[in-house]
Design a binder for this molecule. Structure first.
Ligand code: GAP
Length: 437
């Protein structure tokens, strides 16, 4: 389903706040810059996105397993990975208004975008958040909040291999929080300092890496199509030499056309044997793999597919959003794929009498153990449809007079607004089938 989104950031932010998708963090204290909290609908949507990713990347495959590594890791991990020395952005300060900017994001070199004042020379600013472990705050107790989940996978690669029957090529997937002290944050949840990554590292024989790189580019594009994203708004962007991260020899971004332009949604990187070699050097532990088929020992190359959960959520929201001018009113609708919609079915008695609420509650009780549903009996049924459209509920079931006679209900499709009549005992299978990818 390719919908014609007409989202603007103002409309999305206001809908998110109004309907309980996303709130500003610590709002009653004036908020904390670029930190957000997911409300009742937002948390369902985010969980569904993460489940969708996990199912696509881990559960349905026999060559990929999962991991959940800790956020705090031995500080030497970040020396080995190159993040202590090289995970920096170029920083400049305005000499007049004192605002800070990322030098590579300034339109006119040397000039402050806010006041036009002169800028300082560029300094390299490390993006890792530092803290102290234990009661003593000295250099020996420094630890970092991980800036990517990937390193937790690399340092566990041997543990996973030794405790499973996996053979190269194989992958390890992980979903978890990452932190970056970004110089500038932007566009709501697009670039924040605390965010969630969904990363998969695929370990391959050296020499087969570019073939697997192409495989993952194709697979990850297919994933966004399965998620229901408009294909016209998804494209690849190849990194030039000056854009490559310190660990990558080849990289493609999957970009999405957000209301503020084409931006990175996911990075696909050929990290070669860079990370495992560095961990071997710094830890003194052998990272080589013995290939029983070729009888060779080698350090595997790694192809990485790294997506942001929050960024995917913003993409999904913005892609699904549509304001439709109808004859009598404007309809706001989120065309989510049923698999990720926070609520799957709205259940309404046509009127609050004649046994209709009781029957509707019975349907609610039957469906609720399987997926989130919402019972609503307040206001005209048209207004109830609109409330569900606005939060992306794909189906609305109405109990009416005929229901009492023959155990059938109407089920209304959010996108076409068409209704059909179904037997109550067919409802579960009808909705369940639509939720499949
Ligand atoms: N392990 C590789 C890695 O971290 P990246 O391109 O820096 O690569 C991967 O990040 C993804 O993580 C991005 O495509 C984006 O979706 C998400 N991401 C990165 N920085 C982010 C930030 N400050 N806020 C929200 N999401 C972010």
């Amino acid at each position: 389903m390719a919908t014609q989104s007409n989202a603007t950031m103002d409309k999305l932010i206001s809908l998110c706040r109004r309907r309980g998708f996303i709130f500003q963090s610590s709002e009653i204290y004036g908020g904390l810059n670029a930190c957000y909290d997911y409300g009742p609908l937002g948390v369902e949507l985010k969980r569904n996105i993460k489940d969708f990713w996990w199912n696509w990347m881990v559960s349905r495959r026999s060559d990929i397993v999962g991991l959940d590594a800790s956020i705090l890791m031995a500080p030497r991990v970040w020396e080995a990975s190159g993040h202590v020395a090289g995970f920096t952005d170029p920083l400049v300060d305005c000499k007049v208004c004192k605002h800070r900017f990322r030098a590579d994001m300034i339109a006119e070199a040397g000039k402050c975008p806010d006041c036009g004042g002169a800028l300082t020379d560029i300094r390299q600013f490390n993006l890792m958040f530092k803290t102290f472990m234990g009661p003593v705050e000295d250099s020996a107790s420094v630890v970092y909040l991980r800036p990517e989940t990937a390193q937790g996978i690399y340092v566990n690669y041997k543990n996973v291999l030794d405790s499973s029957r996996l053979k190269v090529p194989f992958g390890i997937g992980q979903i978890g929080k990452a932190f970056r002290n970004e110089i500038t944050t932007e566009n709501f949840i697009f670039r924040t300092r605390e965010f969630e990554q969904m990363e998969m590292q695929y370990f391959v024989q050296p020499g087969s890496d570019m073939e697997w790189f192409e495989y993952w580019k194709t697979d990850r594009q297919a994933y966004y199509m399965a998620l229901g994203i408009n294909p016209d708004k998804v494209r690849f962007h190849e990194h030039g030499k000056d854009e490559l991260a310190h660990y990558a020899t080849a990289a493609f971004d999957i970009q999405y056309e957000f209301p503020f332009g084409w931006k990175e949604l996911e990075g696909i990187h050929n990290r070669t044997d860079f990370d495992l070699k560095r961990h071997q050097e710094h830890s003194g532990k052998d990272m080589a793999y013995f290939d029983e088929v070729t009888r060779e020992r080698y350090i595997p190359y790694i192809i990485e597919a790294s997506a942001g959960a929050d960024r995917t959520l913003l993409c999904v929201l913005s892609d699904a959003f549509e304001e439709q001018e109808l004859e009598k009113d404007t309809r706001t609708v989120l065309h989510f794929h049923p698999a990720i919609a926070p609520i799957k079915v709205g259940i309404f008695p046509l009127v609050k009498k004649d046994g209709m609420p009781e029957m509707a509650h019975k349907i609610e009780a039957t469906l609720k153990p399987h997926f989130p549903v919402f019972y609503d009996e307040s206001g005209a049924v048209g207004r109830r449809y609109r409330r569900q459209d606005e939060i992306g509920t794909p189906f609305c079931v109405t109990v009416d007079t005929e229901s009492l006679q023959n155990e059938t209900v109407t089920i209304r499709d959010r996108d076409s607004m068409q209704q059909e009549r179904l037997k109550i005992d067919e409802l579960f299978h009808f909705v369940y089938r639509k939720m499949q990818v």
